[in-house]
Design a protein around this ligand. Sequence first.
Ligand code: ZN
Length: 250
Amino acid sequence: MTTELNDNELARYSRQILLPEIDYSGQLKLAQSHALIIGLGGLGSPVAMYLASAGVGQLTLVDFDEVDESNLQRQVIHTESRLGLNKAESAAQSLRQLNHNTQLNVITHQLDAAELAQQIDQADIVLDCSDNFDTRFALNQACFKAHKPLVSGAAIRWEGQLTTYDFRDRQSPCYECLYKRGTSTDQTCSQNGVVAPLVGMVGSMQALEAIKALVGLPTLMGKLMLIDGLSMSIRQFNLNKDPGCQHCGD
Ligand SMILES: [Zn+2]
């Protein structure tokens, strides 16, 4: 594990090290950190690019899907020349050019429950950049069990939402405090549409939340942020732990 930043890293990350909330110690923590990114689509693109460029030492990229022409409108980590390639592999190709110091692990198949638990155990933080409830519930359960922070983002049409479930803190609400199993059906971008920069906004905010969680700064835990790109309004609601939650309740 990295025990100190070299001269190259000090120069490269100087604009972040200048921030008193991050400083040398925070940047070193980022270098020593491992983020697990589930989904390399519209949200995962900015998440992966910003975490790599900001100096997070190790990223595990998980996606079983392939780059399709209809993805390029918003999934900015992929390129025309990589149509048909697995998205995790395509993302890794961009990230290697962005920051050769980032250690990348590429997973191109869907993880079963045991594999997911193993990957989460090895990570310091998990970013939910998926597009379906099954994955979201599975990540919520596995991160809760492993006491790992989970940064959750979603975007559809002109609307985005964002929060961090920080299961290092047992007072954190969980995804099932917000959505009950079986009460919602997936809404997909392929059916409902989504405006391109909105996923960039939500994904960038997820990366920001991850950096704060990794260096020990307060996050959105306990709050749900809703973004309306059409009216350009951002609102926050309290999201409390539900004592009757089927998953995390008492
Ligand atoms: Zn809960």
